[in-house]
Design a protein around this ligand. Structure first.
Ligand code: ZN
Length: 365
């Protein structure tokens, strides 16, 4: 099948011409339009490293049916691969949720789970329930890893024995992300040297950057081998803060949504694990007023980052190639000959026209 798009994003560059898909994979690009009606651009399907829930579904408390509903709705926002994300919870709840993760939702590819906790700093929990928080515990970690397909774990590297947990996670091929942390720059450096390669929602729920105490934020921003994840919804970060992150770390910024069940849902009441949520003016809050995830979609995050001055190609990479790279994936988040045809067609206003997974057209606007 041939897609008569005006251009395709190949390795960070918009290459003019259409795309040929054969057997679910990209077979060619740069093709002349069949009848002179080329429109839109084909870009890699989005890869979201942090999705707590979507379309009324909270992944911590759902089943295969919920994954199917949320997956369909995520596809409509251009996400073709994602990590269902569980915030801190009691062990039994985490084990049960891990056991419910399907191999496939029938929608976007499920790349594994992002466990955001429970080894987090008590002082930087944000909205995570304190009852589930634990200091690093190797035996608990082994039980969690055995219960389901863990792909990423957010932990606070300054906690006692956190560095040993990083070794265990590395051995299991689980990506370590620093977050919900009060780490100093030195403590963050030690974690990066030990193999942590990314930071969860930079600036949010961590020691603030100040002039003589740069913390995890400063340590990550000056280090070229660290990918920083940010929530660009206009609420979690001020526009100038996002611009600052971009100036310091373009090319290693991964957009995440941190979406919760209220995202792409039609009103009503929602929860994030055991936390009741309310949504007002686009901000999701817990009863104590603390931000509790977002109702952001990935295409909105791309538009927001682009509007702040990031070139379109780079903003799109931040939603695809960069998060795929964090996970060590070579066959997602990019378009190239031989790679799976997971792609999104955008019009001139960056509205989604269609979404393909494995060459199959799954969403048509
Ligand atoms: Zn968080």
């Amino acid at each position: 099948m041939k897609l008569d798009v005006a251009a395709a994003l190949i390795d960070g560059r918009l290459v003019p011409g259409g795309v040929e898909i054969v057997d679910g994979h990209i077979a060619a690009y740069g093709l002349a339009a069949s009848n002179g009606t080329a429109r839109g651009i084909a870009v890699p399907g989005f890869v979201d490293l942090q999705v707590n829930g979507f379309a009324g579904v909270d992944f911590l408390e759902t089943d295969a049916d919920g994954y199917r509903v949320a997956g369909e709705a995520l596809l409509e926002t251009g996400v073709t691969s994602f990590l269902p994300t569980f915030i801190t919870a009691e062990e039994d709840d985490l084990l049960a949720a891990l056991a419910e993760v399907p191999v496939s939702s029938g929608g976007p590819r499920i790349l594994g789970v992002h466990l955001e906790g429970p080894f987090l700093a008590a002082s930087r929990l944000g909205t995570h329930p304190p009852a589930g928080r634990r200091d690093p515990d190797a035996a608990l970690l082994e039980r969690l890893l055995a219960a389901g397909p863990v792909r990423m774990m957010t932990l606070a590297p300054e906690l006692p024995h956190a560095l040993e947990l990083i070794d265990v996670l590395n051995t299991h091929g689980v990506v370590v992300s620093c977050g919900h942390s009060n780490a100093t720059a030195e403590q963050a450096e030690a974690a990066f040297d030990r193999g942590a390669r990314t930071v969860t929602h930079l600036f949010n729920a961590m020691r603030p950057l100040t002039h003589r105490d740069p913390g995890i934020v400063g340590a990550a921003l000056v280090r070229d081998d660290i990918v920083v994840q940010i929530i660009v919804d206009g609420i979690h970060l001020a526009p100038a803060t996002t611009a600052l992150v971009w100036r310091a770390a373009a090319g290693r910024v991964a957009l995440v949504t941190d979406a919760v069940a209220a995202a792409s849902a039609s009103g009503g009441s929602y929860s994030l694990g055991s936390v009741e949520l309310s949504v007002q003016d686009g901000a999701v809050r817990a009863p104590d007023g603390m931000l509790a995830g977002s109702v952001l979609t990935m295409i909105e995050a791309v538009r927001n980052l682009h509007a702040l001055g990031a070139p379109l190609e780079s903003a799109l990479d931040a939603a695809s190639a960069v998060p795929a790279r964090v996970l060590g994936l070579t066959d997602a988040g990019r378009l190239d000959i031989g790679l799976p045809a997971d792609l999104v067609v955008l019009d001139d206003n960056l509205e989604i026209e269609s979404v393909f997974v494995g060459g199959e057209e799954r969403v048509v606007a």
